[in-house]
Design a binder for this molecule. Sequence first.
Ligand SMILES: [Zn+2]
Length: 303
Amino acid sequence: MVLRSGLIVALLALASPGFPQDRVLVVTTTTDLRSLTEAVGGDRVVAASLVPPNMDAEEYQPKPQDVLRLRQARLLVRVGLDYDLWVDRLLAQAGKPAISRGGPAYVDASFAITVLELRGMSVGPGDGHAHGSGNPHYWLDPKNAEIITANILEALARIDPANAAQYEANRQAFLARLNSKLAEWEIKLSALKNMPIVAYHNSWPYFARRFRLDFIDFIEIKPGVPPSPSHLAGIVRSMRERGTPIDVREPHEPERDVAFVANKAGAKVVTLAASVGALPETDDYISLFEVNIEALISAAARR
Ligand SMILES: [Zn+2]
């Protein structure tokens, strides 16, 4: 409910006397983009995410009030890469060209990101695959925050040029903090080098590439398709063969299948947050990584 109350606070603030009317109300599709928008915007922006924390953005069912939120927004920031396709319909209903595709206040945060697991055009719709044009979980490489925040900065500077220098300074300060954390995280996670990991959903290729982790298999048959008994049996076999100690689950994913394979293969279940707010203490982009990395390190140490 962080999002809901956050948005209400934002709207009340806009309506109340004394609120600087020139603060930029930004709507993002996800909590990760909300946090990165706040990092760039500082106290000049009020940001709210359409998808609440701990809800699967790939399966999000928009609410009627989401259209109203978009009508009030001066800037829209989305993940893109078919991750949040549902926002296109909302944008059509909101009828605000500025925040719609091609508009000056529309940010597709995936612009200039090097996409992993890129898929060709031969893959048609209807195969139950949630990762349409490539793996969309690119914010889970902290280095990609440089590109994401550059995309946000460009749009904020365009719609609020008077504060462009402040936005750039905010972004630089944030990236300096993030980069010093990144060096720490790389050292910590070197303990997990070559350790095979299984996850329920394929949210982790960007994270894995940055930190040299080895996700060998996924419990879903493909993204968005739950496992069959024979698929689960195959996962258990390959986990045993490789001596896989860690089985990763996100809080919104079913516990049963993950617990089953972990139990059969003698692995530990580690719950990780793929988005800000999905676990306690993951209140912003940097703490998201802090919490996940601590969880992985402590599971690896206990094996
Ligand atoms: Zn996904």
